[in-house]
Ligand binder design. Sequence first.
Ligand code: SF4
Length: 54
Amino acid sequence: MPLSGVKCTVSCCKYWKQGEQCDASAIQVNIDGGAAHARQSDQTNCHTFQSKSS
Ligand code: SF4
């Protein structure tokens, strides 16, 4: 079952499914570089990501 309410465009992730869906059981989202504060959404990233090719 895809994660309800999660819309993802990272199609190179092994959890990604057609229709911008995420098929992981849960996701971890962190601030880039382990920083304590982010000001913009592009400073955060999904750390559940795993490459399809790994
Ligand atoms: S694990 Fe993260 S990067 Fe991968 S499909 Fe889900 S939300 Fe996207």
